[in-house]
Unconditional design. Structure first.
Length: 448
């Protein structure tokens, strides 16, 4: 989880033994991007981690990691001690030189030593959320929150148990599938004339995707109708929010992750269910591992105005209470929030804010319990470091870290539960029952 910058308002010579000849200390300097990666990571860990870290301990871990890389390549390599001094530039230069010398002596790319050193320093914090990410790992992390665009028609699909064909489980608003009139519950019998019987989700997805501007022909089954549609593919952003209407005028919105576009997707989902006549709302945050704090705060503001959303405790500074803006969009219908043990991080911020402010009742099981925030810093060569920089409390000053949030109504989640399907989702059924009572109460006029 990344904390918004505003938060509203983050050596000596090396001795080489065994299989390689002794090398002189004066090797070429460490390449600039790698040196920047190493130096910035050390600086951030020692100045922004929310508890002070021992600088010499971090440097010793980096030194040990350099030796470990050499050993992994079959070389016993003794790295002399690197001493942290009051001269930050000299300390950085010593570590940079140790990496450069190790690379020159072992013929192993300097990047491998640099990444190992940074990773070891991050691990020395003994915090599961403080981690170094290689460029590939950083890309995967970003893609999980803000997936790269794909070329397709804009549907989520699943195998149909009864027919062996492919079901449309969700149609993304504003996409070619939406414009063509596809509906959740449609069965895709054929794709470009080929039967989907026995198709896996992956096989069907591959067939539906293709170059933007090309057509895909679908044979659909809808109730007693057979339909043929030609849909032109386009570039699409995979959704982080899905929605649908449930019986009895209850809207259902599932936030999969808190990405950068999630607040806008959430607004579109709310508009759709309101237009469909929703008189109550289920907000599903189960299995939502979090994302950007700012997105969680923005979605919380859709329900809350002029009240606290959370309090942030940072190293060396006063506590900061984040309060919802005056111009917040109000969702003035009864709300329940579904949570489970995988509701974590940013999703716990939203769940805690809604619960503490009396906006929504939480239904499900106790949440994960991640009451700390991380700042994600991209590094010079495409890598990144994520550091825990703050601890937060819910609006009523509850510390949920390693404790989680207890739901107002505890309902277990069976192994075969299928989220969003009331007949196969006991937690959702409990939310529907709860909201039906709220709707009924709202219809009863007050006596005089």
């Amino acid at each position: 989880m990344n904390m918004s910058h505003s938060l509203r308002a983050a050596c000596g010579a090396l001795v080489l033994a065994l299989t390689l000849p002794l090398q002189a200390a004066a090797s070429a300097p460490l390449a600039t991007p790698l040196a920047e990666d190493v130096n910035q990571s050390f600086h951030l860990l020692t100045t922004s981690y929310y508890h002070p870290l021992d600088e010499q301990s971090l440097m010793d871990k980096a030194r040990a990691a350099i030796a470990d890389v050499a050993h992994k390549h079959g070389v016993r390599y003794d790295v002399p001690a690197i001493h942290v001094t009051d001269d930050a530039a000299a300390t950085n230069a010593a570590l940079d030189q140790a990496i450069a010398d190790a690379s020159a002596a072992t013929k192993v790319p300097a990047q491998e030593f640099a990444y190992a050193a940074i990773g070891a320093m991050a691990k020395a914090a003994d915090d599961r959320y403080t981690v170094f990410m290689t460029p590939d790992e950083f890309k995967a992390f970003k893609d999980a929150l803000d997936p790269e665009k794909i070329s397709g028609i804009g549907v989520l699909i699943s195998p149909d148990d009864a027919t062996g064909l492919i079901d449309v489980s969700y149609v993304v608003p504003g996409t070619p599938a939406d414009h063509a009139g596809l509906q959740p519950g449609d069965v895709i019998a054929t794709i470009d004339g080929q039967s989907t019987k026995g198709f896996t989700t992956e096989a069907a997805s591959k067939a539906l995707r293709g170059k933007a501007g090309t057509e895909v022909h679908l044979g659909l089954q809808r109730a007693s109708q057979n339909l043929d549609l030609a849909i032109t593919r386009s570039e699409l952003q995979p959704p982080t929010v899905v929605y649908k209407m449930l019986p009895n005028q209850i809207g259902y919105i599932y936030v999969l992750a808190f990405g950068q576009s999630t607040p806008q997707e959430f607004d579109a989902a709310v508009a759709r269910v309101k237009a469909a006549g929703a008189k109550a709302l289920v907000l599903d945050l189960r299995n939502d591992g979090g994302g950007y704090v700012e997105s969680a705060l923005q979605i919380s503001e859709r329900f809350i105005a002029r009240k606290p959303l959370l309090t942030v405790e940072e190293r060396g500074g006063p506590d900061t209470t984040v309060t919802a803006d005056d111009n917040s969009v109000q969702i003035g219908v009864p709300v329940t929030v579904l949570v489970n043990e995988y509701t974590a991080s940013a999703s716990e911020i939203t769940a805690g804010a809604l619960q503490d402010n009396g906006i929504a009742s939480l239904i499900g099981t106790r949440t994960f319990g991640k009451g700390v925030m991380q700042t994600l810093t991209p590094l010079a060569d495409g890598a990144a470091i994520k550091i825990t920089t703050a601890h937060y409390l819910t609006p009523s000053h509850r510390d949920i870290n390693l404790k989680g949030i207890e739901p107002d109504l505890s309902v277990n989640e069976p192994r075969d539960s299928r989220f969003g399907e009331p007949q196969k989702d006991p937690q959702l059924r409990a939310a529907i029952d709860f909201l039906q009572k709220k709707i009924a109460q709202a219809k009863v006029p007050s006596g005089s």
